[in-house]
Design a protein around this ligand. Structure first.
Ligand code: NAP
Length: 292
């Protein structure tokens, strides 16, 4: 079984960006909005800060308390939208339940929306002319491309229809082109007899959020399996008291799947790499439009 390791691919993307930054008139700048104390979000934001520092991007993290008012978050987004020194804005999800996440995401200027969650960017994807593409779906395609997995003409099944992973990824697989032209099925929690559908997949993507949900019986012999899941499960033996597992029972894939992305170390590193690439591209676009 081929292991689709995301780390060397991320390292190559970061090295390429660092080289471009050294030649650029100014480094790109990423602003992250973090509301509340969600422990996983704190880790993700720290990782983003570290990756920015590694490639020479400027970064700023704006922390608001968990009980921040909607108006305070929107004011901050408005300030970042108008700040000519900010190229990319990322709202760290999930936001506290009391906030209207949808309207916060919509408030981000589409050309600074490095997460690709703004309706304008999602709409462009549906229209077949993608603008900024969400980082995780973009990372999955880049990873498959790097390892020479052919996509056109293949039967692809995506389990999960979230707006941040499953749905944009299914749309990307469906677009015309070298990383598209697949025949795509999207499944979700209401899909009856899931395994009869997933077993049809030559390329199977799990973006579910349920630890080790997909077992050997769900997967065709030789299939390429992309495990987007990142789930914390309690593990008293682990230093942090938990370990990360995917949505696929990885131990059951040996001798069965043709290829598998590890968790951690598969799709996760690609997500950060694509965030930086989106931020770089946002800066280039803004410069071309005379905005920065
Ligand atoms: P989400 O918003 O909770 O969506 C989960 C999707 O899975 C939903 O569409 C849901 O169906 C479907 N689902 C749930 N239970 C199912 C079942 N029993 N059978 C079939 N489908 C089922 O999650 P998400 O944000 O897409 O994230 C999914 C996973 O990816 C999580 O583990 C998350 O931590 C991880 N993730 C990783 C990265 C990365 O960089 N590696 C980035 C983002 C997310 P319904 O729509 O019917 O509810």
């Amino acid at each position: 079984m081929l292991v689709l390791d995301g780390r060397p691919v991320r390292d190559a993307v970061l090295a390429d960006l660092a080289a471009k930054v050294r030649e650029a008139p100014r480094p790109p700048s990423l602003a992250v909005v973090l509301v509340g104390e969600d422990p996983a979000s704190q880790v993700y934001v720290r990782n983003k800060e570290k990756a920015c520092a590694e490639v020479g991007f400027l970064h700023q993290t704006h922390r608001l308390p968990a009980d921040a008012l909607q108006s305070a978050v929107l004011d901050l987004v408005d300030r970042l939208n108008r700040d000519p020194g900010v190229d990319g804005i990322l709202i760290q999800m999930p936001l506290p339940a009391a906030l209207d996440a949808e309207s916060v995401l919509q408030a981000v200027r589409p050309d600074k929306d490095v997460d690709g969650f703004h309706p304008q960017n999602l709409g462009r994807l549906v229209g077949g002319r993608p603008g900024t593409v969400a980082c995780t779906p973009r990372g999955v395609l880049r990873l498959l491309d790097h390892y020479g997995v052919t996509i056109p003409g293949r039967r692809v099944v995506v389990v999960g229809r979230s707006v941040i992973v499953g749905r944009p990824l299914a749309l990307l697989f469906n677009l015309k082109g070298r990383c598209g032209d697949a025949t795509v099925t999207m499944c979700h929690s209401r899909t009856p007899d899931l395994e009869s559908v997933t077993r049809q997949a030559e390329i199977l993507v799990a973006a579910i959020g349920v630890p080790e949900f997909l077992r050997r019986r769900h997967i065709a012999l030789g299939a390429v399996v992309v495990d987007v899941g990142m789930n914390r499960v309690a593990d008293p033996g682990a230093r942090k008291g938990y370990r990360l597992v995917g949505d696929v029972a990885a131990a059951e894939m040996a001798g069965h799947a043709g290829a598998l992305t590890p968790v951690p170390g598969g799709v996760g590193p690609m997500t950060i790499a694509m965030l930086l690439e989106n931020t770089w591209e946002a800066m280039v676009r803004r410069r071309e439009h005379g905005d920065a």
